[in-house]
Design a protein around this ligand. Structure first.
Ligand SMILES: NC(=O)c1ccc[n+]([C@@H]2O[C@H](COP(=O)([O-])OP(=O)(O)OC[C@H]3O[C@@H](n4cnc5c(N)ncnc54)[C@H](OP(=O)(O)O)[C@@H]3O)[C@@H](O)[C@H]2O)c1
Length: 269
């Protein structure tokens, strides 16, 4: 196989589906994974037809133990290896740390943190051997700015992905892997199914339209950043401005600003 392969988690909707389209438009083969097989098949069909590349689908629930192995086995069974990994699958868990069950929190950590870390760990040796690799961890502006009440672990998990990406990218360079890069992509409000899935659409729709981005420029900036070897990218001028503002403000002010705004769209029940 001459074409490179990009594995995208959470490819059945939103930002992940856009990653699939953009990598395919760049002439890459794509491997699409998520739970909804019908969605994956429809997107794979569209991509094969439009971009004349190969699109593999692997239905998997990342909350379940062993699914990372199943996904990678499905690819190696087709004699394909991963040249780029986009750790994108994710969702918001509404409510507080008090009101949510540990089972739900543990599944959240598994899908949004443990599975991305495991996938990266398992594709890295092959990338190093072939002297080429790209890993994009879809984090969030929420991981960049102060924590606030509600949806408690979302910011922590995304902050963890940002730190991990910085460290891994630095490690690749320190070990002399000059064409192996890792980037945390930190979107702010992005049009997708995210806020429908977590039941906050009504509240988030009241946020000003200038705060929102389409998935296409978010994804484009992620791909450009990882190709440059940039460890973290915050897409869009508004998001960059918010990220900078919360860093230069005195910490209590930054926390008050984020806390006040997030009360408008985070469920506390
Ligand atoms: N939209 C935003 O405003 C925003 C902002 C910052 C960061 N993000 C991040 O961007 C990433 C993509 O979100 P999105 O906005 O594109 O949301 P989305 O449209 O709801 O897509 C989420 C994707 O994750 C998949 N997924 C959810 N749970 C899964 C599980 N247990 N196993 C496997 N796949 C699972 C979904 O597929 P299935 O349901 O088919 O499994 C879907 O493909 C997430 O990591 C999110 O945290 C989003």
């Amino acid at each position: 196989m001459d074409r490179r392969l990009c594995l995208i988690t959470g490819a059945s909707a939103g930002i992940g589906a856009e990653f699939a389209r953009q990598y395919a438009a760049l002439g890459w083969d794509v491997a699409l994974t998520a739970r909804r097989e019908d969605r994956l098949e429809a997107l794979a069909g569209e991509i094969r037809e439009k971009y004349k590349v190969s699109a593999i689908t692997v239905a998997a629930d990342l909350a379940r133990a062993g699914e990372v192995t199943n996904i990678l086995n499905a690819l190696s069974g087709r004699e394909r290896h991963v040249d780029a990994l986009v750790n994108n699958a994710g969702y918001g868990l509404p409510g507080t740390y008090f009101s949510t069950s540990w089972e739900d929190q543990a599944a959240f950590i598994q899908v949004l943190y443990t599975a991305p870390l495991e996938l990266a760990h398992r594709v890295l040796p092959g990338m190093a051997e072939r002297k080429y690799g790209r890993i994009i961890n879809v984090a969030s502006l929420a991981g960049y700015i102060p924590g606030s009440a509600g949806h408690t672990l979302y910011g922590s998990v995304k902050a963890g992905l940002i730190k991990f990406s910085e460290s891994l990218n630095a490690e690749c360079a320190a070990l002399g892997h000059t064409d192996l890069h890792c980037t945390a992509l930190c979107p702010g409000f992005t049009w997708s199914e995210f806020h429908d899935a977590n039941g906050t659409r009504e509240e988030t729709n009241k946020m000003p339209k200038w705060m929102w981005m389409d998935a296409a420029p978010v994804v484009r900036q992620g791909i450009e950043a990882v190709n440059r070897g940039q460890p973290v990218v915050v897409p869009g001028m508004v998001n960059k401005g918010l990220a900078t503002l919360t860093r230069i403000l005195p910490e209590p002010l930054g926390r008050a600003l984020v806390g006040g705004q997030s009360r408008r769209f985070r469920h506390m029940d």
